[in-house]
Design a protein around this ligand. Sequence first.
Ligand SMILES: *Cc1c(COP(=O)(O)O)cnc(C)c1O
Length: 238
Amino acid sequence: MIAGNLDRVRARIAAACDAARRDPAGVTLLAVSKTAAADAVACALACGQHCFGENYVQEAVAKILALRERTDGLAPARTAIEWHCIGPIQSNKTRLVAEHFDWVQTIAQLRIAERLSAQRPVGSAPLQVCLQVNIDGGANKAGIAADEAEALAREVAALPHLQLRGLMTIPEPAPDFASQRAVHERARALFERIASGGGRGFERFDTLSMGMTADLEAAIHAGSTMVRVGTGIFGARG
Ligand SMILES: *Cc1c(COP(=O)(O)O)cnc(C)c1O
């Protein structure tokens, strides 16, 4: 099931890139494996999927350790996984996140970013981070307001053990392509405005993470460089 689903998602991404006249190499597929078993991750890995996103820190760490155990001793090129934290992070979980993940896409407070930087283990690569922006302004939603994103980006860019990579958004579900695309275009405009400011710490500001199973085509049209797909790969969550 996972192999066929992955093929279908890859075909959707390829078709959307084609329609938008974009190079498919410019869109990374993040497989969102929250609630999926370690077996399912191993299966996707065997199908050539290397980037995985998790929302719940404790569940993720158990899976990360389980996968490491299974792939120990196998050729690294076939077993390397990049783990992305895409869920909210409470301050008492920052150490686990800093120790086990490669990326964090949900930075919305300087305080959390500072803890992640301070707790990144010595000798590890910098933690790759995106700011989560509340692009459609939902009142109870996570993410920093669009008009505060640039200031936070500058503060995060200055932290020593983090590498600022871009922005991430989770807009409210919208009913049709045009309305999905309109919200994603706002994120793209903000991303470009911040990128054009440039400066120290913005050398690798290259990631616009938006689009999920339901709206990845609209996100790719609007300039997404990373789509996060869960149910399209692993099936409906229980
Ligand atoms: C669950 C989740 C996804 C994947 O959603 P699907 O609709 O299952 O593709 C993407 N991003 C975030 C932040 C999520 O929590």
